[in-house]
Design a protein around this ligand. Structure first.
Ligand SMILES: Cc1cc2nc3c(=O)[nH]c(=O)nc-3n(C[C@H](O)[C@H](O)[C@H](O)COP(=O)(O)O)c2cc1C
Length: 231
């Protein structure tokens, strides 16, 4: 009986953590304790990987180095100067394009940015480069020999990481745009040229009062995403 209750509680807690993780775009300045940081990154490392290669490499920035990278990004990414290790080639169409547009509308509505408000949209974009005021950013790298399979391993690691953070009450926002100036990140953090940058994740404690943190992007119907084949 006790075992059954424990199992139900485990499911309830896991569902709650996974279903309530959201991309948060406004943070309080309070830093995360060093011991908590170590714990979440240690938990994330329990992710599976092809042949147990564990091809992920995290670089966490806080304090002065975080501020310096934000300033650099404003001058590079903010001005359209890019150095991308993995080009963004996806062209969304059909239902994928609709989902992309829907989440954009949701975010701009929350921010009070009108359709034709170019300045408002630029401000919203630049918030990415301010890390949404998060006190920490983790840059996610993998070695240059990696392909799509290893990138999947890294994705599993990152999801573990964000869920471990969520369990500790730490909010996060994965950001492709933070991978748009890989050369500066490598230079500032003294990272070998053989390590390639996928993206960054701003994280810290959520500012619960911000309207942009209230949005809940829709998920497609289960029947659109999974088919159960039997017999
Ligand atoms: C790899 C990755 C990169 C992303 N890049 C950005 C980004 O550059 N800026 C941003 O505001 N959100 C970014 N997002 C957040 C997505 O918009 C978000 O995950 C999606 O809309 C679903 O919302 P949710 O995370 O709140 O469930 C990214 C998400 C992922 C997984």
């Amino acid at each position: 009986m006790k075992q059954q209750t424990d199992a139900r509680e485990t499911v309830r807690m896991f569902d709650q953590i996974a279903r309530t993780r959201r991309s948060i775009r406004g943070f309080l300045p309070d830093p995360v304790a060093a011991a908590t940081l170590e714990q979440v990154f240690a938990t994330a490392a329990f992710a599976p990987s092809n042949c147990n290669t564990q091809p992920w490499q995290s670089h966490v920035v806080s304090g002065a180095v975080r501020d310096r990278l934000s300033r650099i990004f404003m001058d590079t990414i903010g001005q359209g100067k890019h150095s991308l290790d993995y080009p963004y080639e996806a062209r969304y169409a059909g239902e994928y394009r609709k989902r992309q547009l829907d989440v954009g509308i949701l975010l701009y509505q929350a921010l009070g940015v009108a359709r034709d408000d170019k300045e408002g949209k630029r401000r919203a974009f630049l918030r990415n480069l301010e890390f949404f005021d998060a006190p920490h950013v983790v840059f996610i790298f993998m070695p240059d020999w990696c392909g799509i399979r290893e990138a999947c391993d890294v994705g599993m690691y990152v999801q573990n990481l964000m869920l471990a953070m969520r369990a500790h009450g730490i909010a996060s926002c994965p950001q492709t745009i933070l991978g748009y100036d890989a050369d500066s990140v490598r230079r500032e953090l003294d990272i070998d040229a053989t390590m390639k940058l996928l993206f960054g994740i701003s994280f810290g404690y959520e500012d619960p009062d911000l309207p942009e943190n209230q949005i809940v992007p829709e998920r497609a119907e289960l029947s659109q995403l999974v088919q159960f084949h039997t017999g």
